[in-house]
Design a binder for this molecule. Structure first.
Ligand SMILES: [Ca+2]
Ligand SMILES: [Ca+2]
Ligand SMILES: [Ca+2]
Length: 244
């Protein structure tokens, strides 16, 4: 006999497999994008870069990873080690001049996870943590928490100076640091023009980010969920036919 209890256990098991498939990073396709210097300056002194998400050929994108290239070239020392990010966002039509189609990392349904990289040694107090900017990098509260009020991730407003007492409007990665932007409740439809724009404060040569995009293959996960529902329906009918 296949009792109601066993049926519930089986269905729960199949549903869990489907859920795991939907959430597993191992099932996500990841593509590293080419980063292009636009030769434009935004704000007072921020160099603008772009990476064409549409060229990834993914059917959907729900995660963007920004990683300092770790070359320890360019920029300053201490809290200012590595890439200094002023702002970043997705632009749906790839045209920077039209700003009504921007998707901000500060928007609803977004999460931003941060891990500071390594710090170059310094004996300059202007490059060391201060009480309002505890570090370990500028614009962070600790190694895994950005100070969003300082970083202003949706605005090109950096005060470009390697002085912890005067700098504002950005955060620094640290060499090899990483930021992962995830859209927790949104899968963006494929769009050949979709572009990530981001800016480096002062734009020194050697300060580079590696950009990759990921998409969970939703059709496979949906198929598993539908299988679980079909199984539930089929077994319920069989149980009713048997008079159980
Ligand atoms: Ca900013
Ligand atoms: Ca636009
Ligand atoms: Ca810089």
């Amino acid at each position: 006999m296949f009792g109601v209890k066993n049926l519930k256990i089986l269905i729960a098991g199949v549903a869990l497999i489907g859920l795991a498939a939907a959430m597993s990073p191992a099932s996500a396709a990841t593509v590293q994008l080419t980063v292009i210097d636009t030769d434009d300056t935004v704000g007072d002194d921020t160099k603008l870069f772009r990476a064409d998400i549409g060229l990834s050929a993914l059917s959907s994108v729900n995660r963007i990873t920004l990683t300092d290239d770790g070359t320890i070239v360019g920029g300053a020392n201490g809290v200012f080690s590595g890439f200094d990010l002023d702002a970043f966002f997705i632009d749906l039509d790839g045209n920077f001049a039209t700003n009504g189609d921007r998707i901000s990392p500060l928007g609803a349904g977004s999460t931003v996870a941060f891990q500071a990289g390594s710090i170059r040694p310094t004996d300059n107090a202007a490059e060391e943590p201060s009480i309002p900017h505890p570090g370990p990098v500028f614009g962070s509260l600790n190694a895994t928490t950005l100070d969003l009020a300082t970083a202003t991730l949706d605005s090109f407003d950096a005060n470009s100076i390697a002085n912890v007492f005067q700098a504002d409007g950005f955060f620094t990665f640290g060499d090899g640091g990483e930021l992962v932007w995830t859209f927790s409740d949104l899968l963006l439809a494929a769009n050949p023009n979709m572009t990530l724009f981001f800016g480096e404060v002062a734009g020194q040569a050697g300060e580079n980010l590696i950009v990759s995009v990921s998409g969970v293959p939703l059709p496979g996960a949906v198929w598993l969920f539908l299988s679980a529902i079909a199984l539930l329906f089929g077994m319920s009918r069989r149980r009713m036919a048997a008079g159980a």
